[in-house]
Design a protein around this ligand. Structure first.
Ligand code: SAM
Length: 237
């Protein structure tokens, strides 16, 4: 996954995906430091640091960090290898952020709650935790069916299969190479409704400050496919 994650200038690395997120996060960080949970290869952290925001990270995969190190050294973006639900990172932070649906990579409710608590541990009064997450697409699932195609184009099919009892889904990314065998990458996730996320935030001491449908501030509605939620600790603890 680390080898093929980056698609410079395209897909999730396209300027129209990255730039609004970086601008919004820079504004939310203000004059403080930012901590990215699950920093990956630095898709957001590298341009955010380039804007002058001090950025640190947590990342479970050393292979992803190795890719990040081809773009930014340890002095520019320090990273601690570990689990975002439990790992402590030194430094003063005004902002913790967790983007691209990655809270869903924690497969139990208990771990997701711990992730909120860990974000709170890294922040002082008034500090913010930003979560970007898809809205579960269960409304598109016809009765009796437990899978749906979420994207398809020449050479690619994306299929989600749901385990409704355990609130899990598996995203299957199927690629058809010319003249070769198809390749499949499967990613298991625990999907979460915005309301459940708000309750986790409340348990960790946060209040919901804002929720929009995207990084540019489009209104969040009943039809929104994803959301950017900004949680904030009270000014006085
Ligand atoms: C979809 S990528 C997002 C990477 C980056 N934030 C971005 O926006 O491109 C998900 C990342 O989460 C990392 N990850 C998964 N579970 C994690 C955990 N429990 N703690 C820290 N990182 C985790 C993966 O290794 C991967 O780098």
């Amino acid at each position: 996954m680390a080898r093929s994650y980056d698609t410079p200038g395209e897909g999730m690395f396209a300027p129209e995906e990255v730039d609004p997120a970086v601008a919004a996060l820079a504004a939310l960080a203000g004059n403080g430091g930012a901590l990215e949970f699950a920093i990956g290869t630095g898709r957001i952290a590298v341009p955010l640091a380039a804007r002058g925001v001090p950025v640190t990270g947590v990342e479970l995969s050393p292979a992803m960090v190795e890719r990040l190190r081809t773009k930014a050294d340890e002095a520019t973006i320090p990273v601690v290898v570990g689990d975002m639900a439990t790992t402590r990172v030194p430094g003063d932070h005004s902002l913790v952020y967790l983007v691209y649906n990655t809270i869903s990579n924690l497969l139990t409710q208990a771990e997701q709650v711990e992730c909120f608590r860990n974000a709170a541990r890294h922040l002082g009064p008034g500090g913010r935790f930003v979560v970007e997450l898809g809205v579960p697409s269960l409304r598109r699932l016809p009765p009796g069916q437990d899978g749906l195609v979420f994207a398809h184009r020449d050479g690619y099919v994306g299929l989600d299969t749901f385990d409704l009892e355990h609130q899990h889904l598996v995203s299957h990314h199927i690629r058809f190479e010319k003249g070769g065998e198809p390749s499949v990458i499967r990613v298991k996730q625990r999907y979460v409704w915005p309301s459940e996320l708000d309750l986790m935030a409340q348990m960790a001491g946060f209040e919901l400050e804002s929720r929009h449908a995207d990084w540019k501030g489009a209104p969040f509605t009943g039809d929104s496919r994803s959301h950017v939620s900004v949680y904030r600790l009270p000014e006085r603890a």
